[in-house]
Design a protein around this ligand. Structure first.
Ligand code: SF4
Length: 241
């Protein structure tokens, strides 16, 4: 059974982590080097690198947790963090959409139907909350969170992510180690931990790979480098056109 850490204990473990843990950046680059050499289509190289890099971020978090002996208290079916704004770049959004196109027919159709009714229901409020400039407004997270609009990929009946294995970095790097009730009781709980710094290794390797493909003359469905520099809310990227 999980032990709930106190806020101070979490803080202490995080400082211990920065003393004891070194991120193995090489592991990220090994993924893209492996796919660069594989004799598969460019699309497959990109999709597989992306999925494995995301998984590597989760694996790194697991290793960090083991190092300082802490265990996430996030529970299946708890999805308060899926009401935060998720910001990703256009390259990530295009890869996510391409990966979802490869889902089995039934799963794909379910997501398509879900997104259609989602945008019908939340379209108007989304217009307002995504009009907040996340680069300029330091309070954008709170403004978005308090609107209580779920992520477009959250199945609100089961409280599960419909694209769990390809969920973006902010989703997999936000973790709770104390009583999960803090997420229910606070819009912006202070106790949660963010491992979002792992974005650097993930995007560093992905970007280097795309640059390599660009120099080779084929980046498939990605418009490199422009797509890397265009960022927006996930809710905007997934809006059916
Ligand atoms: S992508 Fe999935 S995990 Fe991330 S906020 Fe949306 S529903 Fe939650």
């Amino acid at each position: 059974m999980n032990q709930y850490l106190t806020f101070d204990e979490i803080q202490n473990k995080c400082s211990l982590l920065s003393e004891r843990y070194e991120i193995d950046e090489e592991k990220f680059y090994q993924i893209v080097e492996k796919w660069a050499e594989r004799h598969v289509s460019i699309e497959e190289k990109i999709l597989n690198s992306f999925t494995e890099l995301l998984q590597m971020v989760s694996d790194e978090i697991n290793s960090m947790e083991q190092t300082v002996n802490m265990e996430a208290t996030c529970r299946l079916g708890c999805a308060f963090c899926c009401y935060f704004p998720i910001i990703i770049n256009e390259m990530e959004a295009k890869i996510m959409k391409k990966a979802m196109e490869k889902f089995p027919e039934q799963r794909k159709n379910k997501i398509k139907k879900h997104l259609a009714s989602y945008y019908e229901k939340y379209g108007e409020v989304l217009e307002q909350i995504t009009a907040v400039d996340f680069e300029e407004d330091g309070d954008f997270k709170h403004k978005y969170r308090k609107s209580l609009v779920p992520c477009p990929l959250l199945d609100t009946k089961t409280n599960q992510c419909m694209a769990y294995e390809i969920r973006p970095i902010p989703c997999r790097t936000y973790v709770n180690y104390t009583n999960p009730d803090v997420c229910e009781q606070n819009l912006m709980p202070k106790e949660t931990v963010s491992f979002e710094f792992l974005y650097e290794q993930y995007m560093g390797a992905l970007n280097e790979f795309m640059q390599f493909l660009y120099e080779e003359g084929d980046t498939a469905f990605v418009n490199y480098p422009d797509d890397v520099y265009t960022t927006d809310y996930l809710a905007n990227w997934l809006r059916p056109v």
